[in-house]
Design a protein around this ligand. Structure first.
Ligand code: TYM
Length: 345
């Protein structure tokens, strides 16, 4: 019997941030460690997505390995066959399905994608690639190939998830049942026990998302940051002059972000953390609690990272890539038959 699938991936370029960790990795690891008997878990490395914006290609191989090591250090159990760890480019069905989906995707649909607008700003025409424009279609293929129902991602990916549902519904209504439709964003949040999609903010400018492409790095905590450096970044996070701690994302985005980060670091509910600190006037004392917690988290994480066994990773990648190719190729064949590229007999 096939189990429902939970799937996610994180692009392999530059160092991952705590936004990536809490938005994409942690919810997946929680599922992998508690519910792997009920769900198939697909954790993959979207290496084809990694150069939709310019990168140093000489480091891509090490970035790919590093991503896999990070998943392992975060607690992905490598010895369970129902948990798969694979590289996107090793399963050629991703590229093949993308082309088919491309031909059912409207230019207007892609033009509306806010991530494309954000990421292309500043790149200029020559460096803004068709690959970047097309990125959500490849992401849809990543999800649909494995009949995934649940896709833990941060809030910035919600629009891409909605597009995945739209393209799958469009193809199904034209050709019959080809794809499993992933759950809607609200159902995803419910499944992962959250009220809304997660969006950790930049520490220096808490009106914008914490992002690995941030130039200065001052507002971003990377998983590879020295714990003391991360401590400093939290202590110098921008706040406000109200001298009253409260969760108010509009008027106190900096303090609200720190409350959210603390809840995630502690694995506590946001309500409990807000109740503990609400009304306190000394932001410095509160920041120190968050900074200490962050430094302790990074210290423990980095200790686990150096202990990861690369040979075990390579063996896991090879065995998973074999298993998932079968699932992906079966879906690809359904799509090829639907559009008339393969006969149905
Ligand atoms: P990527 O690599 O940009 O980000 C990886 C994950 O981290 C989340 N994230 C955040 N969550 C909360 N707060 C933040 N500040 C923050 N910054 C990043 C992202 O939402 C994401 O979950 N397109 C994807 C990779 C991908 C994928 C897929 C994901 C390719 N195919 C299929 C799921 C399913 C991306 O570029 O994520």
């Amino acid at each position: 019997m096939t189990k429902p699938v939970i799937l996610t991936g994180l692009r392999a370029n530059s160092d991952l941030t705590i936004g990536n960790y809490f938005g994409g990795i942690k919810p997946m690891i929680d599922m992998a460690t508690t519910r792997a008997d009920e769900y198939d878990i697909n954790m993959f490395i979207p290496d084809l997505h990694s150069f939709t914006t310019p990168i140093d290609h000489g480091t891509l191989q090490s970035q790919i390995l590093n991503n896999a090591r990070i998943y392992a250090a975060a607690g992905l159990p490598l010895n369970n066959e129902g948990i798969r760890l694979y590289r996107q480019s090793y399963v050629s069905a991703h590229s093949e399905l993308t082309w088919i989906l491309d031909c059912f995707t409207g230019m207007g649909e892609m033009n509306r994608m806010t991530q494309f607008k954000d990421k292309s700003t500043g790149l200029g025409d020559a460096r803004t690639t068709v690959g970047l424009f097309n990125y959500p279609v490849l992401m849809a293929a990543d999800i649909l190939l494995y009949n995934a129902q649940y896709v833990p991602v941060g809030d910035d990916q919600t629009q891409h998830l909605e597009f995945t549902r739209d393209i799958a519904e469009r193809i199904n209504s034209k050709f019959g049942d080809v794809f499993v439709i992933p759950e809607s964003a609200p159902k995803q949040h419910e499944f992962f026990g959250k009220g809304q999609g997660l969006r950790i903010k930049d520490l220096q400018d808490p009106t914008k998302k914490m992002s690995k492409s941030d130039e200065s790095g001052k507002g971003v905590v990377f998983l590879g940051d020295a714990p003391e450096a991360a401590h400093k970044k939290i202590m110098s996070a921008a706040t406000d002059d109200k001298a009253f701690i409260d969760l108010d994302r509009t008027n106190q985005p900096g303090i609200s972000n720190l409350l959210e980060i603390l809840a995630l670091l502690r694995g506590a509910s946001l309500d409990d953390v807000v109740a503990e600190f609400k009304g306190q006037a000394k932001y410095g004392d509160f920041k120190k609690v968050v900074a200490d917690e962050m430094a302790a988290f990074l210290t423990a994480f980095q200790q686990r990272l150096v202990a990861v066994d690369d040979q075990q990773i390579y063996a896991k990648l090879a065995s998973s890539e074999k298993t998932v190719s079968e699932v992906a190729n079966a879906t690809l064949l359904r799509a090829q038959q639907a559009v008339g590229l393969r006969s149905k007999d």
